[in-house]
Design a protein around this ligand. Structure first.
Ligand SMILES: Nc1nc2c(c(=O)[nH]1)N[C@H]1C(S)=C(S)[C@@H](COP(=O)(O)OP(=O)(O)OC[C@H]3O[C@@H](n4cnc5c(=O)[nH]c(N)nc54)[C@H](O)[C@@H]3O)O[C@H]1N2
Ligand SMILES: Nc1nc2c(c(=O)[nH]1)N[C@H]1C(S)=C(S)[C@@H](COP(=O)(O)OP(=O)(O)OC[C@H]3O[C@@H](n4cnc5c(=O)[nH]c(N)nc54)[C@H](O)[C@@H]3O)O[C@H]1N2
Ligand SMILES: [Mo]
Length: 774
């Protein structure tokens, strides 16, 4: 293996072949036991027609500036020189800063970008804006904000817990029953932010099964545990897991199966939680019979499951998806409560997990060293919004909102700067987003490809891909660090984000501060050296930078001690307390109770008004639409690549539906259907499947948004981005997380002429003063 052939992607490391400057093939590396196919999308896509070739400005913006903003997403673009583009961006930044101050610049710029640690676009943007005087940022993730917010109150910080998950080899030896809420889809463990060098999930699931572990898949979709074909399947109704978890707790207490000693020594708040479960105040016992109609699972099966859990060494894992919902916080809290009652937290093979398959990270028996990172400096602007409230922020400047016990006010944003993310992929209710997106005066996007977000921007600056620059690939729990070489020349006029920001910093008078006089290689070396103490703390002695760069690959020794989540706390709760207010697991949280949120009281809670609201909506919109992560790409990245394209049906994103639901609507396998609700409509290609609960349909996220006629308030999305249908509401006032995991829709066969999918085509370009040219 030649080290100069390696390329690191979030979904794996590959060996890259080029011929005459063209990327011709990628092949997996030897140390990856189950490589991801997504890499096969790179040849063809990286140097294809979807690339942004040159800086481009929306025609109306060039002629009339911010006053033309209604033209976003409708007007053609004019290609301009780098000189003209950078001057335009620098002038606009200066103007907005002068007129409105730095808080009027939104630089939250959420998104996964590419895997290299130096060219991480969001970090580059933040560093740049910090030297410019700051920006309004964002906090938490679309992935798991509800969980990130509830866990510190009740168990501890999620990031820390994530890295301490019980290792798979320990589970393989000790776990008797593995309960997977939201399944364990191999699909999602393909990726890990920063790199995924060995895809070991399949191996471990098979090993556990061989060792006799029984698996239970609690999900509306059977395939979520397709790696274990004989897993039991409990086809829960989407959004009802909390009812199930409460009922399991109620059985454990009612039948005397809970671990009284563990509850006494390791938790606080048992009594009020028990009182809630037994209906002391509301007269409702949260029994299996109560849960039956809410979850769609038979009361007998729920009771039986509680007994099985108590009888065996049981691991309960909850996928992140389950908290990406209204009241998503409660699904995590109820899981913590259930596993606390079982008393197996901190034992080898028992307890709980958050997202064992949500990425290729949890449970890997690798060192947790996360590798080099770019210093971002300090942001003088303090305001940060919960990331998924982006459209709310633009639509409601100056208005108050509640967040994790505090009242905040939305800033008045005039300038939006995005690099390394795609809000037209990730945000909910895209038609509402389009309305919000018309508010700011200026929108600048750095992109590699003509995504919808680029097409809806004012100024688009072409960015290089990681194959066109040098970097360092490394990710927490991955166990590797890789020297990323440049394999091909930058495409057309594309520049590194770093070079773009350096050029802007020069115009704005802080180039030296931003670059510290370094070129890319010098930065890689400095970042590498700065990571050395963190490496040492994890027992890793890094070689000299030059040796690393020459070798190309560092694989770190595996940790000597197998890791068991919260073992120290189990062994000695007094001297190894949790980072919660009480130092113990909080079955009741006084902090949360004091927030006074009716939807989020002091203990795990089923919010009946939300359930009733859902039932009302269901009368008109009978189907639950799940929007899951895509098997064939990373979010919207490489949707235009061959692996993703092959999965489409008549060019549309596939939709899974049960044959009964299809038959009731006269729909057959392979049909194109219109999926719609009050918020929007899209086209999808039908895939019939018995592996999905009737009443539920599933689409993957990531098909590039492709509106048919942008003059309409609700244009038909010809391609199938489920976010034209999802609801833009926070999980609750506590977490304000993304709640898009499911929404309500109806489906009908699409009759008439199919519009062509144009998602991956560049926009129309004009030369100023001339007719449009294609
Ligand atoms: N309905 C629904 N919506 C969801 C979810 C869901 O489950 N359901 N999941 C949510 C989750 S968990 C997430 S994490 C988000 C993901 O949302 P995003 O992270 O925004 O999605 P990506 O498609 O990864 O967007 C990354 C963009 O950065 C660009 N890019 C890559 N490298 C570079 C670079 O070096 N420089 C520059 N300038 N650009 C680069 C890519 O071309 C791509 O357009 O989606 C969320 N949205
Ligand atoms: N290939 C690939 N892998 C990815 C990504 C990608 O884009 N592509 N994205 C990565 C990112 S950023 C993230 S955050 C993670 C997300 O990881 P997750 O959030 O865990 O993944 P999802 O695919 O959204 O959901 C997993 C499963 O949960 C089930 N589910 C949905 N709703 C419910 C419910 O109400 N109850 C129960 N019990 N089950 C439900 C669905 O059937 C779905 O298949 O995935 C990561 N992995
Ligand atoms: Mo995510």
């Amino acid at each position: 293996m030649k080290p100069d052939q390696l390329a690191v992607m979030h979904w794996g490391t590959y060996r890259v072949t080029t011929d005459n400057g063209k990327l011709t093939a990628v092949s997996p590396v030897a140390w990856d036991s189950n490589p991801s196919r997504i890499g096969q999308s790179l040849p063809g896509a990286v140097q294809g027609t979807s690339r942004v070739r040159r800086p481009a400005v929306r025609e109306g913006f060039l002629k009339g500036g911010a006053a033309s903003r209604e033209g976003r997403g409708r007007e053609p673009f004019v290609e301009v020189s780098w000189e003209q583009a950078l001057t335009l961006v620098a002038d606009e930044l200066t103007r907005v800063k002068r007129e409105q101050g730095n808080a009027a610049i939104y630089g939250g710029s959420y998104g996964w970008s590419s895997a290299g640690r130096f060219h991480h676009a969001q970090s580059q943007l933040h560093r740049f804006l910090n030297f410019f005087g700051g920006y309004t940022g964002s906090t938490n993730t679309y992935s798991i904000a509800a969980g990130e917010r509830i866990l510190p109150h009740i168990l501890g910080d999620l990031d820390t817990l994530q890295r301490q998950h019980t290792h798979w080899p320990v589970l393989a030896e000790h776990c008797e029953l593995f309960v997977a809420i939201g399944g364990l889809p191999l699909r999602n463990a393909q990726v890990n932010g920063g790199g995924a060098n060995d895809h070991a999930l399949q191996h471990w699931l098979q090993t556990l099964r061989r060792n006799g572990t029984r698996f239970i898949n609690i999900s509306p979709v059977k395939n979520d545990l397709s790696a274990v074909p004989d897993a039991d399947w409990l086809a829960v109704i989407p959004g009802s897991d909390t009812a199930l978890l409460l009922a399991l707790c109620q059985v454990l207490i009612a039948d005397g199966l809970y671990d009284r000693a563990f509850v006494d020594s390791h938790t606080v708040g048992f009594a009020p939680y028990r009182d809630y479960l037994f209906g002391r105040d509301d007269g409702v016992v949260k029994s299996p019979e109560w849960a039956e109609s809410r979850t769609g699972l038979a009361a007998g099966a729920i009771r039986h499951l509680a007994h099985e859990m108590a009888r065996h060494r049981t691991m309960i894992n909850i996928a992140w998806s389950v908290q990406r919902a209204r009241q998503g916080e409660q699904t995590f809290w109820a899981t913590v409560a259930l596993t606390a009652l079982l008393g197996q937290i901190g034992t080898p093979g028992g307890g709980l997990g958050f997202g064992y398959a949500s990425t290729n990270l949890a449970g890997a028996d690798r060192r947790v060293f996360s590798g080099p990172r770019l210093p971002q400096g300090r942001n003088p602007v303090e305001g940060k919004i919960p990331v998924a409230r982006f459209a709310d922020m633009l639509l409601h400047p100056g208005e108050p909102y509640e967040f994790d016990g505090q009242t905040h006010f939305y800033p008045d944003i005039r300038f939006v700067y995005w690099a390394g993310g795609n809000v037209f992929h990730h945000h909910q209710d895209l038609n509402r987003l389009v309305r919000a997106w018309r508010r700011p005066e200026t929108i600048v996007v750095h992109e590699q490809y003509w995504t919808a977000q680029a097409k809806f921007a004012d100024i688009v600056l072409p960015a290089t891909t990681s194959l066109e620059r040098e970097d360092i690939g490394s990710a927490s729990n991955d166990g590797f660090m890789i020297a990323m070489r440049q394999h091909i020349a930058p495409f057309a006029d594309a520049r590194d984000d770093y070079v773009i920001f350096s050029g802007l910093a020069a115009r704005l008078g802080f180039r030296e501060a931003y670059t510290e006089g370094r070129d890319v290689r010098a930065w890689l070396q400095v970042m590498y050296e700065q990571s050395r103490p963190r490496a040492e703390a994890e027992g890793i002695a890094l070689p000299a930078f030059d040796d690393f760069w020459q070798q190309g690959v560092l694989e770190f020794m595996r940790p000597e001690e197998p890791q068991i989540l919260l073992k120290d706390f189990r062994d000695d709760p007094i001297n190894a307390p949790l980072a919660t207010p009480s130092g113990k697991i909080e079955l009741f949280s006084q902090t949360i109770a004091d927030f006074g949120y009716e939807e989020c009281p002091g203990h795990p809670y089923w919010h009946e008004p939300e359930a009733q609201y859902q039932q009302t909506v269901a009368r008109e919109w009978p189907l639950h639409l799940l929007s899951s992560q895509p098997r064939t790409r990373l979010h919207s990245q490489y949707d235009h690549g061959s692996v993703s394209r092959e999965s489409k049906i008549s060019g549309r994103e596939p939709l899974w539906i049960h044959p009964h639901d299809a038959a009731a609507r006269g729909i057959r396998d392979g049909d194109v259907v219109k999926v719609f609700n009050t918020r929007g409509a899209l086209l999808a290609g039908v895939k019939l499947s018995e592996a999905i609960r009737p009443g539920v349909v599933q689409m993957s996220t990531g098909a590039w948004y492709d509106p048919e006629n942008t003059a309409n308030a609700q244009p038909l999305d010809k391609h199938g981005n489920p976010n034209v249908l999802t609801e833009d509401r926070g999980s609750s006032r506590l977490g304000q997380g993304c709640s898009a995991q499911s929404c309500r829709v109806e489906i009908a066969k699409f009759e008439g002429r199919l519009p062509a999918v144009t998602a991956w085509e560049p926009p129309v370009f004009v030369t100023l003063g001339q007719q449009k040219q294609a």
